[in-house]
Design a protein around this ligand. Structure first.
Ligand SMILES: [Zn+2]
Length: 387
């Protein structure tokens, strides 16, 4: 792709900015917290209508997810050779805000270059941008070398219970995956994300009277207190590993040695090797008091998105396109996980944080920057056209 074609992409999207903002605003106004079937249906309907107007789109599939809403799968630029791996654009249409938020605490509003609204940064703005990038490629007659797939799931914010399978299926058919999650501050893409494991540990002790016969008891609470101390002491910031016992429940009355207690543990790690060590440790926890029995359930929820050679290559490519557009694209490692983590686990090159710049994901000041729409759109257009 020549620098003049890239500049033309930027100019084209700049011209479209009012229409793009209009569609983003409509989609933000329809609230779609994870699990809101009506909201999900209405958002998907608008996006589907927009996709239907694009001549490069060859198929639009709405996949119902009974308790969450609708996933949207759009295929464009079909290639004659059916086995050519695609470029997959990945996003989600659900938000974390309960219905009513847009009419009360977070109304849609523009303030200078900032456009505010619930879920606009994470990531309804980027869902719209994905389709406008297809429009840009079509209108400027730029034929990408690979088929392009856009997958927008409806349950990412609640852990991707049903979207995960689709993400993994489409990632396996892709040469690379561009994740449209919000960028880090300053528009930086995310080249590594920690993985997360979630466990529940139950302690089964022996109840006794705390006054009459305390020695006969084996306290489940004491056992978990010791386990908590041990696990927290294994956190190691230099390796990026962190144990957090975030919830503890247990006991019945203050004068009874507690027979039962349970705790919920969140563990973060940066490499697959570390994830294996953590998993082994959590599954073989030994009690301090041998009269107490421990049972553990749970496991790795999302593996880490590691900064592999494939990720770095994608980042450098994106950086060179951004440089042609006159800005310096930077990268960042973050602790939070996304559906990009599922892609990374399959060893498919992935670049995350390619959404529209802004700030305040899941927060009161959530917004996007209007002047990033065209440059981010041009970057995505350049990536799709050259990968
Ligand atoms: Zn998100």
């Amino acid at each position: 792709m020549t620098p003049s074609e890239l500049a033309a992409a930027g100019a084209f999207i700049t011209e479209q900015t009012d229409e793009i903002i209009d569609l983003i605003s409509q989609i933000v106004a329809i609230e779609s917290p994870s699990g809101d079937l009506q909201g999900s249906h209405a958002v998907v309907k608008l996006l589907r209508e927009r996709a239907r107007a694009l001549s490069s789109v060859s198929s639009i599939e709405v996949i119902a997810s009974p308790n969450y809403g609708e996933h949207l799968l759009i295929r464009a630029f079909p290639n004659q050779a059916a086995d050519i791996p695609s470029t997959l654009l990945l996003g989600h249409t659900d938000t974390v805000y309960p219905r009513g938020t847009v009419n009360s605490s977070k109304p849609l509003r523009a303030d200078g270059d900032k456009l505010y609204g619930p879920g606009i940064f994470d990531m309804k703005g980027a869902c719209v941008l994905a389709l406008e990038v297809l429009n840009c490629l079509t209108s400027l007659d730029i034929g990408p070398p690979r088929p392009v797939t856009v997958l927008l799931t409806c349950d990412e914010e609640s852990g991707s219970t049903t979207g995960r399978m689709l993400v993994e299926r489409e990632a396996r058919l892709a040469a690379q995956v561009l994740v449209l999650e919000p960028p880090d501050c300053g528009g930086r893409v995310k080249t590594s994300r920690k993985g997360v494991g979630l466990w529940t540990v139950e302690a089964h002790g022996i109840a006794s009277h705390a006054g009459l016969d305390p020695e006969a008891g084996a306290s489940a609470i004491l056992e978990l207190a010791r386990q908590t101390q041990r696990l927290h002491s294994l956190s190691d910031a230099s390796r990026g590993t962190n144990f957090n016992v975030g919830v503890v429940r247990g006991g019945t009355r203050s004068n009874v040695v507690a027979e039962k207690a349970a705790m919920e543990v969140d563990v973060r790690f940066t490499t697959a090797a570390e994830a294996n060590l953590v998993e082994k440790l959590m599954n073989t926890l030994q009690p301090f008091d041998e009269r107490v029995r421990l049972t553990t359930s749970g496991g790795i929820n999302r593996g880490p998105l590691e900064r592999t050679a494939g990720v770095v290559k994608l980042f450098h490519h994106a950086q060179s396109i951004a440089a042609q557009l006159g800005w310096q694209l930077e990268e960042r490692s973050v602790g939070g996980a996304s559906d990009g983590n599922f892609v990374a686990a399959l060893d498919v090159p992935v670049l995350d944080g390619l959404g529209i710049d802004g700030d305040g994901a899941h927060a009161a000041h959530e917004h996007i920057l209007i002047n990033d729409i065209a440059r981010r759109g041009a970057l995505l257009t350049g990536l799709i056209a050259t990968l």
